[in-house]
Ligand binder design. Structure first.
Ligand SMILES: CC(C)(COP(=O)(O)OP(=O)(O)OC[C@H]1O[C@@H](n2cnc3c(N)ncnc32)[C@H](O)[C@@H]1OP(=O)(O)O)[C@@H](O)C(=O)NCCC(=O)NCCS
Length: 198
């Protein structure tokens, strides 16, 4: 199947929510871990495409989205926008659960109430990104191409550096970022923050 990269279109949104869910379990399908399939996309997909649609690129095969890269050029501005525009409605719709059952869904509910705060460790890397491809599109060099497209756009926008965070339960993604030349910024207990100077 021929795979193509193109800019995001608003009609992609519902499919991007699904791709986010289907790659959220350390790179694998998290559908079985959620009673509300939209929760994770509310956190990691939609705010980015509403805040900076020009920094979202979609990978398609047979005209259907099979993956995406998205992010922000300015994590601090994104964080502020999320607080004023994005999360207030969601926080009313999804109250914090009274008991913590340790589930992934519960964790995402908590994160919706925490928001996307700026991490001081990563302040020297103002942009950040998320990339997710469905299995049918993986291992064909398209992840590398999506990163190149995203980074070229950041360079056009004169952004100095980009970061991302990956869970230690996703060793394939860790190897991917290392292979592409990202360097480790901070090694946390459960995740690694990688960066690249542009
Ligand atoms: C991780 C991901 C983005 C990589 O994209 P991809 O299209 O599969 O990777 P590519 O084919 O472009 O690979 C690029 C390079 O990384 C290496 N690489 C990719 N995945 C790898 C893996 N699992 N193990 C080792 N190396 C890997 C490739 O060998 C390749 O090296 P080369 O170009 O020097 O030959 C993609 O597999 C994915 O979306 N996975 C599920 C969701 C996910 O984990 N997202 C990241 C969350 S932080």
């Amino acid at each position: 199947m021929q795979l193509t990269i193109r800019p995001y279109h608003p009609a992609d949104l519902s499919v991007l929510y699904r791709i986010c869910l289907q790659t959220a379990h350390s790179g694998g399908d998290a559908t079985h871990l959620f009673t509300d399939p939209d929760l994770i996309g509310h956190m990691y997909t939609a705010p980015y495409v509403f805040f900076e649609p020009e920094l979202c690129f979609v990978l398609t095969g047979a005209e259907m989205p099979l993956g995406y890269i998205l992010g922000t050029k300015n994590t601090a501005a994104f964080s502020d926008w999320c607080e004023t525009e994005w999360f207030p409605v969601l926080r009313k719709r999804y109250p914090i659960p009274e008991t913590d059952d340790g589930s992934f869904q519960n964790r995402i509910l908590q994160l919706i109430h925490r928001g996307h705060p700026v991490n001081n460790d990563l302040k020297a890397y103002p942009a950040h990104l998320h990339i997710d491809l469905l299995p049918a599109a993986q291992g064909q060099g398209m992840g590398r191409k999506l990163i190149e497209v995203f980074i070229n756009r950041l360079r056009e926008l004169q952004v100095s550096a980009v970061h991302l965070q990956v869970g230690k339960g996703n060793p394939g993604a860790i190897k991917f970022y290392e292979r592409l030349g990202f360097h480790e910024i901070v090694n946390y207990e459960k995740s690694i923050a990688f960066g690249m100077l542009l």
